[in-house]
Design a protein around this ligand. Structure first.
Ligand code: OSB
Ligand code: MG
Length: 407
């Protein structure tokens, strides 16, 4: 009886052995230059800011008009500081995390776990927080802040400290669902004219085939892609087969947010490369998806995977297997944006990311200078230590709705 439930690996009757063929990088990846110092965080200040978007952002799961962003400031005994931003949204829709769960998890568990504890380096923070399951966006808030602090202490830009090699990054834009197709066309025109190298549009049932067809007619040569944020099912394969004719660079996360199997079934039936976003939360997930051929491209988001250390592992797995990656965006303010820029300098980030100018999102950003994009659609990696942008503390104070020191 028992053999009925065994898979092949145990020598049962389940067919050939099932095994992971890809190699997984170590949990703590070696840095190019090992620092001799250790990290000891003496204080953690958490705050929530409210920041209205210049223009609403709508996806298949809803519309955002104002961000509720959790920021963390970590300080060591020498007074060195690092800043991190939580990418959780205002509700549990993109991910099960949202502003309030991140806040509570940081205050009650993650903060106390690392406060006044000595650890080797920022690369070890994610492991230190292992006892907490999930809550990767909350973890990344502190983890990325530690990387900023560590790079500042070493006097080097964070991107170099992470092992980045690219100094000029290609930028794309993500354009939400609009009130009318005409409004979408206008938005695309504006971004294409500004020089952005790739246009991503959000799609959902009812705002898909017709819209893509219309956009393609208007802009036959642009690099175009669609992001469904999990709005479809396998029964929609015929729709995706029809989308194939529009030469999209990729189709991002068409199926369930936590699926790897169905995406493999879909990818086998369409020409357009599938890109996974929501489904890839770790290097292990990336290995599974690549081996199953669930996707041909991966979008890496710092918050979704739990910070820079895990992002480096995902990038490594992808690069080892010739899967291109790009940096996803979560409507970040300047601090999260600066961390995204640093991450995007890693060698595997060969496709334009959703990292675009501050002015597309905010009247005034919380960093100085704001992130700007050249007319070639590129961002230069900064020269200053750490995240490489100044924190505008008076601006942050003015936007703060709550502030708490972790005990
Ligand atoms: O799926 O990439 C996504 C924003 C919020 C939640 C999910 C996504 C997005 C974006 C915005 O596409 C990208 C950006 O920050 O401009
Ligand atoms: Mg996406």
């Amino acid at each position: 009886m028992a053999t009925r439930f065994r898979n092949g690996a145990t020598g049962g009757h389940g067919g050939p052995p099932l095994q992971l063929l890809l190699s997984i990088p170590p949990c703590i990846m070696p840095l190019t230059e090992e620092s001799l110092l250790t990290l000891l965080i003496q204080s953690i200040e958490l705050r929530e800011i409210r920041l209205p978007l210049v223009h609403f952002f709508e996806t298949s799961f809803g519309r955002t008009t104002e961000r509720r962003i959790v920021l963390a400031r970590v300080t060591d005994a020498n007074g060195a500081e690092g800043w991190g931003e939580c990418t959780a949204g205002e509700g549990p829709f993109y991910s099960n995390e949202w502003t309030e769960t991140a806040w509570a998890t940081l205050i009650e568990f993650l903060g106390p776990m690392m406060l006044r504890k000595e650890f080797e380096s920022a690369a070890h923070v994610f492991n230190l927080m292992k006892p907490v399951r999930g809550h990767r966006m909350a973890k990344a808030t502190l983890e990325t802040a530690c990387w900023d602090l560590e790079a500042k202490t070493a006097g080097v830009p964070l991107w170099k400290h992470l092992g980045g090699t690219r100094t000029e990054l290609s930028c794309g834009v993500s354009i939400g669902i609009q009130d009318t197709p005409d409004a979408l066309i206008e938005k695309i025109r504006k971004e294409v004219d500004a020089g952005y190298q790739r246009i991503k549009i959000k799609i959902k049932p009812g705002w898909d085939l017709n819209i893509v067809e219309r956009v393609r007619k208007e802009f036959p040569d642009i690099r175009l892609m669609g992001d469904a944020n999990s709005a479809y099912k396998l029964s929609d394969v015929p729709l995706f087969q029809q989308l194939d004719q529009f030469n999209l660079m990729m189709l991002e996360q068409p199926l369930a947010h936590d699926d790897i199997f169905d995406h493999a079934v879909l990818q086998r039936q369409i020409q357009t490369p599938v890109c996974l976003d929501e489904s890839i939360c770790s290097a292990e997930d990336a290995c599974h998806a690549i081996q199953l051929e669930s996707c041909r491209i991966i979008n890496i988001k710092l918050g979704r995977v739990g910070g820079h250390a895990e992002a480096k592992r995902v990038e490594q797995v992808a690069r080892d297997n010739e899967i291109p990656v790009w940096c996803g965006g979560m409507l970040e303010s300047g601090i999260g944006r600066a961390h995204n820029i640093a991450m995007s300098t890693l060698a595997g980030f060969t496709l334009p990311g959703d990292v675009s100018a501050s002015a597309r999102y905010w009247e005034q950003d919380i960093i100085e200078p704001p992130v700007t994009v050249s007319e070639r659609g590129t961002i230069k990696a900064p020269d200053a230590p750490g995240i490489g942008f100044n924190i505008n503390l008076p601006r942050i104070e003015a936007l703060t709705v709550r502030k708490e020191a972790i005990k």
